[in-house]
Write a protein that binds this ligand. Structure first.
Ligand SMILES: [Zn+2]
Length: 333
């Protein structure tokens, strides 16, 4: 048993409280490798933004849970080395699907876990979430739960169609489970293909797909039921078209990739939405940079020569999100 406190990590309680009062959102960035981790920490240290490092079950399989945990511990030290005096870094399990997995992460030094029972019948979701909350809270680890189903694909998480969160359920759910934050479904979606062309309209000027707007009326109704309660948005990448263009121009093929427009996320960040998950955008930044280098220099075979530019591109992306979209810069001196 290792406490996250020994690792220099923090849970999400204070972060969320300040974010809601301050009208901004905390970035939750997924990481799977060293370059991604370096880019996240550098961006956050330089902008002094609190951050949630997320580990999905796919990342655990890819990079090994032990390695990831030590990387997070290393991230705290790296942040200090970069001159960030009081790093506010949480290590969070993304989409935990069982009590056992959540427990193992709590025991392993995670400061926050998500238990995703959203695919279960309502009462079973409550039962499972409550069990995780009771265990995690003994160690001051915060718990994110989910109500409503997102469409799209994220590692092993898949859903054919979305089911918006029902505002009439949130008080009962939050009270009975004791969860610390709630992921809701209001039209965001996992992956880089969030909407089909049929769901979108076409911008006559650019010819690009414009996705349907998020259901802010549902968010408003939820906030009315649970004033000041931390709300989480998954599947909130914007799928920057400049990255898609670079990928397509350099041998890639990503037709009709489309995400959530940043102005909508900006609006959400000012509300009780205090955690916004961004994963696909970083994958796109990485892939665009790697494809560009390899297309321009076909003889290159040193991974540092293409992973380096990929890391720089991800860092630029993270800073952009922090400063221009979430407003979390300068919130963790
Ligand atoms: Zn998710």
């Amino acid at each position: 048993m290792v406490s996250f406190k020994e690792l220099g990590l923090v849970n999400t309680r204070e972060m969320f409280k300040k974010a809601i009062t301050g009208g901004y959102a905390i970035p939750a960035f997924n990481f799977n490798n060293m370059e991604q981790m370096q880019a996240i920490i550098k961006a956050c240290a330089e902008t002094k933004s609190p951050v949630i490092l997320q580990v999905s079950s796919g990342a655990r399989k890819y990079a090994n849970q032990t390695l990831l945990r030590y990387m997070a511990q290393g991230a705290v030290e790296y942040a200090k080395e970069l001159g960030w005096e009081h790093p506010q870094i949480a290590l969070h399990l993304d989409h935990g699907n069982s009590f056992e997995l959540c427990k193992s992460c709590v025991d392993y030094g995670f400061s926050s876990v998500m238990i995703d029972g959203s695919a279960l019948p309502y009462e079973e979701n409550i039962e499972l979430t409550k069990k995780v909350v009771e265990y995690a809270h003994q160690y001051d680890v915060t718990v994110e739960a989910e109500l409503g189903v997102l469409a799209g694909v994220e590692d092993e998480v898949q859903a054919e169609e979305s089911h918006y969160t029902k505002p009439e359920e949130v008080i009962d759910f939050a009270t009975r489970t004791g969860c610390d934050s709630l992921a809701i479904s209001i039209g965001t979606s996992h992956g880089a293909y969030k909407f089909t062309p049929e769901q979108c309209t076409v911008d006559p000027e650019t010819g690009r797909l414009v996705p349907p707007p998020l259901a802010f009326d549902i968010l408003d109704a939820i906030m009315e039921k649970l004033p000041g309660f931390p709300i989480v948005l998954h599947g909130s990448s914007s799928v920057p078209q400049e990255y898609v263009d670079i990928i397509n121009a350099n041998g890639g093929k990503m037709p009709n990739a489309v995400g959530i427009p940043e102005d909508q996320l900006r609006k959400a960040a000012k509300s009780a939405v205090c955690k916004i998950n961004i994963d696909s955008d970083s994958r796109l930044a990485f892939t665009a940079a790697v494809r560009k280098v390899l297309a321009e220099k076909p003889g290159e075979f040193d991974p540092r020569k293409y992973c380096g530019p990929a890391r720089d591109e991800m860092e630029r992306l993270y800073k952009h999100k922090i400063i221009e979209v979430l407003g979390s810069d300068g919130k963790a001196e």
